[in-house]
Design a protein around this ligand. Sequence first.
Ligand code: 5GP
Ligand code: 5GP
Length: 226
Amino acid sequence: MGKSGCSFILLELLLLQCLISLGQGYDFFYFVQQWPGSYCDTKRSCCYPTAGKPAANFTIHGLWPNYNNATYPSNCNKNSPYDGTKVSDLFSRLEVSWATLACPTNNGTKFWSHEWEKHGTCSESVLDQHSYFEATLNIKDKVNLLHILEAAGIRPDDNFYKVEDIKEAIKAGTGYDAAVECNSDPSRNGQLFQVYLCVDASAKDLIECPVLPKRKCKSSIQFPIF
Ligand code: 5GP
Ligand code: 5GP
């Protein structure tokens, strides 16, 4: 085959790749975890889920499809409402790892349906409802953030830590840069609230973030006891 035949095939492959990613409707995921101590330690406070106080560990906030240009799709399919019967085999894992802390106390259905309908429906071409929740739980099981931070001497003990040290520890433990989001306790101390890592479009592996979300923190933040 001549040179021009080769470049034609290459062009076709590129076009195919492009069409596949267009059909998929997003480029990568943010995998967002929350520290329950910081969700609860605010003026608004929190409510423990029906299953009781979650363990002192990071929990999942969501797996959010995102574009490389920092914008994101949301609420992509009104005709695909959350259906608990599709994920009932995952409930015990969801209750532990994707616990809800919003009030009033509930079993998590509201949180999971919100996350599915706002975010999950936007990656439905790749992950159906069961795969979406299962893949997110599997990522959570692979990335033990609390363990990673504790290995660097960063513990949920109400002490203050440098955000830079927290980011460095996560990089050392996962191999990837993370974004850290803070909120404030009633005395206006900045505290470690959420951690964003990036995951490839098939929701299998962590990747370097194509774009890190901009989130502000004070240089030294509290890691509250939960
Ligand atoms: P906030 O404005 O509190 O940062 O975000 C509110 C909600 O908007 C988040 O919980 C999430 O559902 C969505 N959101 C905020 N930033 C992003 C983002 O960068 N990517 C995606 N996919 N969703 C986001
Ligand atoms: P997002 O910020 O992802 O768009 O919205 C989160 C929604 O889920 C809010 O309506 C919030 O009240 C609800 N929610 C329920 N439980 C939790 C929780 O434990 N953490 C967070 N961040 N939101 C929760």
